[in-house]
Design a protein around this ligand. Structure first.
Ligand code: SF4
Length: 405
């Protein structure tokens, strides 16, 4: 890292304090940063002492309803399942009792969920990340998010114009999504962009040009995912090769030296070693049907929350399915079981008599059709972080938590 790189990193870190509304900065600092510092410490202690299990974070898919149907998405197209407001409120309340105040809110398209803002407002001591395609973010919606203050929109941009049309199945998705980003910028929100990198969007999105373009649009952080060929329309041919994943990792580490926005991944620790967030117990997922799942794309479960989610802690403490799933995945690889060994995953799900928690009832068949594709666990080609800021953040917040010995 050169002196210029350190200055660039400092400028990037100052973007949020300089560009976002003061109250939002306070909510980010206290509800997200400070509370997560304590939460991660409590989670680490629970894991180390073998105390009753509860994940550090709960990802919640509140509805299946969506205004798009993207290839590679695990949500049932046309699905109508949704959590009740009582269940969503209960999940947040139960998690807070365990010190967990940060929630990923997914869909479908969560902005189609009636009553969402009222629940987020009620839990003003929490912080929410809204996984959205951004198409419904008007100036009015952006101002409503600003009024809430404890929420950051993470807007999925899966390609430039043509690719977005291809992957997401409608003409104007790219322009509408960008309009959503601009409405968020006008409202001085902290804005995230997410991309699930596959063969067809690699050359457009894994470039410095794309990073600079997003930063100019007002995006503060970019979350790179690796495409998972799942769901009723998996398009397996679009999955990345081993070399493409390696080049993606190299690109992320290189760009982190001086990128004008923060670059997020949930695949590698500070040394470049792979990990699976669910295998470490850091996060698990609740589906629109109330199923308590290992992670969002694995739609099979044994336990379901009750009408007010008051049984959530008990499920996490007592679920043999989830604890065996964590052990099985962590003992077989540091990577993604879904990509690397779907047939071992199917054997595990059958052995545990897991239930299809989707509304299309074809998930097991879909997994049986899957074959192994490369994942992010490449033990001979690990690339450690080079930017000291990311080194510290990963070392402190994103490591194995003892899952991998
Ligand atoms: S199994 Fe794969 S998709 Fe699920 S959390 Fe682990 S790495 Fe992610």
């Amino acid at each position: 890292m050169t002196f210029k790189d350190y200055i660039a990193t400092l400028k990037t870190a100052m973007r949020v304090p300089l560009e976002c509304a003061p109250r939002l900065i306070w909510k980010l600092a206290y509800n997200f940063a400070w509370r997560n510092l304590i939460n991660m410490h409590r989670f680490e202690k629970r894991q180390a002492k073998g105390e009753p299990f509860f994940p550090a974070f709960v990802m919640v898919s509140i509805t299946e309803t969506c205004n798009l149907s993207c290839s590679g998405c695990w949500v049932t197209p046309g699905g109508k399942k949704a959590l009740t407001p009582e269940q969503l409120d209960g999940i947040i309340t139960e998690s807070k009792k365990k010190g967990s105040y940060f929630f990923g809110i997914l869909g479908g398209e969560p902005l189609l969920y009636k009553g969402l803002f009222e629940i987020i407002e009620k839990h003003s001591d929490c912080y929410f990340q809204l996984f959205t395609n951004g198409m419904l973010i008007t100036d009015e919606v952006a101002m409503r998010l600003k009024k809430l203050g404890n929420i950051t929109p993470l807007i999925s941009i899966e390609g430039l114009k043509e690719e977005s049309q291809q992957r997401r199945g409608t003409n104007d998705v790219y322009d509408k999504t960008l309009a959503g980003v601009r409405a968020c910028k006008k409202a001085k929100l902290m804005i995230g962009a997410a991309a699930s990198i596959c063969k067809s969007n690699y050359n457009d999105l894994v470039t410095r040009e794309h990073i600079d373009r997003l930063a100019k649009e007002g995006v503060h952080y970019l979350w790179y995912y690796i495409y998972r060929p799942v769901g009723p329309n998996p398009n397996t041919g679009n999955a990345l090769s081993e070399d493409e994943i390696y080049e993606l990792r190299k690109f992320i580490v290189e760009q982190r030296k001086n990128a004008p926005l923060l670059i997020i991944d949930t695949y590698w620790d500070d040394k470049g070693k792979a990990l699976c967030p669910a295998a470490t117990g850091m996060s698990h997922h609740i589906s629109p049907a109330g199923a308590v799942e290992f992670c969002p794309p694995i739609q099979m479960a044994k336990e379901f929350i009750n009408k007010d989610a008051s049984n959530l802690s008990k499920i996490f403490e007592q679920s043999e399915f989830l604890s065996d799933f964590r052990k099985m995945t962590a003992s077989s690889s540091r990577g993604c079981i879904l990509l690397e060994d779907p047939s071992a995953m199917v054997d595990f799900l059958l052995q545990h008599k897991a239930i299809d928690s989707s509304t299309r009832n074809t998930v097991l068949q879909e997994y049986r059709m899957m074959f192994p594709v490369p994942g992010h666990h490449q033990p001979t080609k690990e690339i450690p972080e080079q930017n000291v800021f990311y080194k510290i953040m990963k070392k402190k917040y994103f490591f194995g938590f003892g899952a991998y010995g």
